[in-house]
Design a protein around this ligand. Sequence first.
Ligand code: ATP
Ligand code: MG
Length: 434
Amino acid sequence: MAEINRAIKGTNDMLPTDSHKYQFVEGKMLEIASLYGFREIRVPVFEHTEVFQRSVGDTTDVVQKEMYTFDDKGGRSITLRPELTAGVVRSVIEHGIVNGALPAKVCYIGGCYRYEKPQAGRLREFHQFGVECFGAASPAADAEVISLGLQVLETVGIKNISLEINSIGCPECRKNYHKALSEYFNAHIDTLCETCRDRLSRNPMRILDCKSPVCSSLAKDAPKVIDFLCDDCQNHFDGVKAHLDAAGIEYTVNPQIVRGLDYYTKTVFEFVSGDIGAQSTVCGGGRYDGLVSQMGGPKVHALGFGMGIERLMLALENQKTDFPEPKRCDVYIAPMGEVAAIKATAICTQLRRDGFEAQSDVCGRGLKAQMKYADKIGALFSVVLGDNELTDNVCNIKNMKTGEVQQISLDDFAEQFMKIKHDLVLNSLEDSIV
Ligand code: ATP
Ligand code: MG
């Protein structure tokens, strides 16, 4: 029995008491993305397993350890998406978007699934806001995507956030780098974890991203990819820095950033929060110029980022950020008796059509219990509808905060309510200015 009353480990419920915060943050994400020309895309929660193996890379932690993979009833191997870039790339190839007008800019918000050890800021189901830009080779595009991420973070009110950038080069400059890395790690082969011993011959760069304490301490002194960049990659990286400088965006170059997914090339970056402990990367992204063609599409440049929504919320909560007030019930109509209940339904219907949140009794409760409820939900106004009100066609509307009462006719209730609410908003605005 216990199982059906408890969510799966590493998953979170977003409760109605918090939804206004998520709606605010997610609303800003899409709104700001649209200022940069990014339009929303929605892709499935699951894909053929190869979509992730081919793109994220089969020597990464994500593919080797973290994917939720299963065979469906038709015997196909299916995986719950651990991130959205792979599915988005599959989609933009399938629908010919990368053959159309470029750059093509898309953004998304969606759930991701990774079998990881749950802890603060590390969940098995989490959500990402992300953007992807296809067909843009210039360093201006890298700076634009970074600037978008920063604007989102600043707009939702985050403080104490820093931008770290690096370049991990292209396959060309990586040849020499892989050689240097292999030499370095070969000298320490006995101390590497088992997974990394295997990575040493297949993809030594992945060792830099290993979370095991021994491998990560060895990684600190390993050769840095930034010292092996070819001219083209070095020029691109210099260009990104020049554009960031022009945009007035502060950053530090952190040669340790390699990112945990195989598809990155050239620029990689992270936004790191000083307020959420060990899981401090709120947003990570970069360029992945080879991925679209590797997935069967045309040769187009591409870049993007993924921002962890739960980690961002954690940082905002820890910083005691002020969110906009949650929406409240505008008016609660408390009917006494059947006839009044019918009238209440008519009034509420009109109020809602006019855009007000109106509630009435749907439990068959007495007046006292109804008023208690109206109080609990923080209704701004309340109205009691009894026999007298129905006969006179007038009722009293009460401001629940001040206790002030006004008369209002039942016939054009919604119209008059508009004026009452308008006055309330004006008064509270005046109060906040004083
Ligand atoms: P980490 O190094 O923390 O494991 P990652 O490199 O695996 O992160 P990405 O794959 O780049 O992360 O995902 C982008 C963002 O998604 C991260 O910066 C983080 O904010 C968020 N994220 C990743 N994994 C999780 C998770 N298990 N729980 C919550 N958020 C996550
Ligand atoms: Mg990870």
